[in-house]
Design a protein around this ligand. Structure first.
Ligand SMILES: NC(=O)c1ccc[n+]([C@@H]2O[C@H](COP(=O)([O-])OP(=O)(O)OC[C@H]3O[C@@H](n4cnc5c(N)ncnc54)[C@H](OP(=O)(O)O)[C@@H]3O)[C@@H](O)[C@H]2O)c1
Length: 359
């Protein structure tokens, strides 16, 4: 029987991965984390699953090898991803498993490809299998039914930020991750081209919001793949508390961990302001001369009350695609190897999706 290891299966994202893998009936589960009791509690919460808890610290190589041995797929939901990079992927691949990471940016893929393990000829390592990165680079592809003059991406809302994600938000800066205020135009990154949109209204977002331009590596690759004339990518906040907390931390310097409480508190303040919700909004402008029609959608909107949980759904769907043999061997980003229409259809039927529009 297929065995799927969920590293970090007792965390916010990992629990949902365990839940959906159980619901999809994809195999026996091994739920790992440093705290065996937490992992065991997750297994007990899913009595219908054949799930066993296992104590594992990803920083202990022998321990990690034991966790991965016997797995057909290892899903990583432990972090912070700037620290994990390709470390778990290498051990999983060497143990004969495919690999899925709910996080991990291009930096992780680059790290794996810099000295590719021979197993990558036969197995896949899929990174960024979450919401952002993940759906943010996948779903806009549904709007590319013909040449596009422009694509606007807005992702954000009010969501709790976990401590691991806060560390990632503080540390995953620089050209390997993206460029603030930049736009993609005519085949290249143009720095400093955009300004923040303050107190604007946007479809699918509550009240007035603040949209901060950040051309992530994921969206720059998307723009290049689709050949769009211009791509603007915004992170949307319901107040300016998070960008202020991040700016203060970067100005102050020092260890990222010191600034985690301020980032977590800023996210909590946002939730208090609007209630929890997260929206992905993509708007396309076709190139001149492109015909309009129902088969040529111009806007895609997806909303969820819980962005972390939805990341878990994406990771679980990715596992299913791998086991079905629909993802080729090699190191890839989820946005570049999943089928956008298929994933959108599946998300439309998921209880964590409260709005899904494509028109
Ligand atoms: N792509 C996206 O859109 C997206 C969205 C949300 C989150 N994420 C990413 O997903 C990851 C998980 O986030 P989360 O909020 O679910 O975190 P979380 O709630 O803190 O859960 C972390 C999990 O990893 C385990 N863990 C932590 N350190 C470990 C270690 N050294 N060895 C083994 N297990 C370890 C924890 O269990 P123990 O403490 O018992 O070890 C727990 O099960 C983060 O990297 C985050 O950035 C991605």
């Amino acid at each position: 029987m297929t065995v799927i290891g969920v590293l970090g299966g007792s965390g916010t994202v990992g629990r949902v991965v365990v839940d959906r893998l159980t619901e999809y009936g994809l195999g026996r589960l091994r739920v790992g984390g440093r705290d065996l009791d937490r992992a065991a509690a997750v297994c007990r919460a899913f009595p219908q699953a054949t799930a066993e808890p296992m104590r594992v610290d990803l920083h202990d190589p022998q321990n990690l090898r034991e966790f991965c041995t016997g797995c057909d797929v290892v899903v990583n939901c432990a972090g912070p991803s700037y620290q994990v990079l390709d470390a778990v992927a290498r051990v999983a691949l060497a143990a004969g498993a495919h690999y899925v990471d709910a996080a991990g940016d291009l930096a992780a893929i680059d790290a794996l490809e810099s000295a590719p393990p021979p197993e990558l000829d036969e197995r896949a390592a899929v990174f960024s299998a979450g919401l952002m990165p993940g759906l943010s680079g996948l779903l806009p592809r549904l709007l590319a039914t013909g040449p596009l003059a422009r694509l606007d991406v807005y992702v954000g809302g009010a969501a709790r930020i976990g401590e691991l994600s806060a560390v990632d938000a503080l540390l995953t800066r620089g050209p390997q991750f993206g460029t603030a205020l930049a736009v993609w135009r005519d085949g290249r990154i143009v720095p400093g081209a955009l300004a923040p949109l303050r107190a604007v209204t946007l479809p699918g977002f509550r009240g007035r919001v603040h949209a901060w331009p950040f051309l992530s590596v994921e969206t720059a690759r998307l723009a290049a793949d689709l050949g769009v004339g211009e791509l603007r990518n915004y992170t949307v906040y319901v107040t300016e508390a998070i960008p202020r907390a991040l700016a203060a931390a970067w100005a102050d310097g020092g260890p990222a961990e010191r600034h985690v409480p301020a980032v977590v508190a800023a996210a909590d303040a946002d939730i208090a302001a609007t209630g929890p919700y997260y929206t992905l909004l993509f708007q396309a402008v076709p190139a001149p001369g492109q015909p309009a029609g129902p088969d040529r959608p111009r806007r895609l909107l997806l909303q969820t009350p819980d962005s972390y949980a939805l990341s878990g759904v994406v990771a679980a769907i990715t596992v299913g695609e791998l086991l079905e043999g629909r993802i080729k061997p090699g190191a890839r980003a989820a946005a570049e190897c999943l089928d956008a229409a298929d994933v959108f259809a599946r998300l439309t039927g998921d209880p964590l999706v409260t709005a899904a529009e494509l028109h």
